[in-house]
Design a protein around this ligand. Structure first.
Ligand SMILES: [Zn+2]
Ligand SMILES: [Zn+2]
Length: 138
């Protein structure tokens, strides 16, 4: 082994070096920016889910390039598809960040409310309706 293979994590959004978790993803659309993304990392500081390939710093990547790629290539697509509360308009990472300040670290932060007129589900977040989340009570 040589130490050129050592990787470290650094968030291209906020530059934090701590991660919350890493998870596998399967991509839906072949034409999206995310077509080749197989793994994402959730930052422990800004709570965004970010493709692992721009979260890992190794011998052939650096934070400045990762930031550029994230901000110009992945992030616009991510924001388009990101889960957002239909009441308060916050995105999932804003909600998770807010909840973490109250020591709620669950990733269960949305429920869907269906309206009877059939216009589909609306996402309601845990901040807007904390009562709906029973695991709150311990
Ligand atoms: Zn971050
Ligand atoms: Zn909300």
């Amino acid at each position: 082994m040589n130490n050129k293979n050592i990787e470290k994590y650094q968030c291209p959004e906020c530059q934090s070096e701590s991660i919350r978790f890493k998870f596998k993803v399967t991509n839906k659309e072949a034409n999206s920016a995310y077509a080749n993304v197989t793994e994402e990392i959730q930052c422990a500081s800004c709570f965004m889910d970010i493709p692992a390939n721009v979260f890992i710093i190794n011998h052939d990547s650096n934070i400045e390039d990762n930031k550029k790629i994230w901000k110009s290539f992945y992030k616009p697509e991510h924001i388009k598809n990101a889960a957002q509360c239909s009441k308060c308009d916050l995105y999932y990472w804003e909600i998770e960040k807010h909840l973490s300040t109250k020591n709620i670290t669950s990733t269960d932060i949305f429920y869907q409310s269906y309206d009877t007129k059939g216009s589909g589900g609306k996402m309601i977040c845990r901040i807007c309706d904390p009562e709906a989340f029973n695991d709150n009570k311990q």
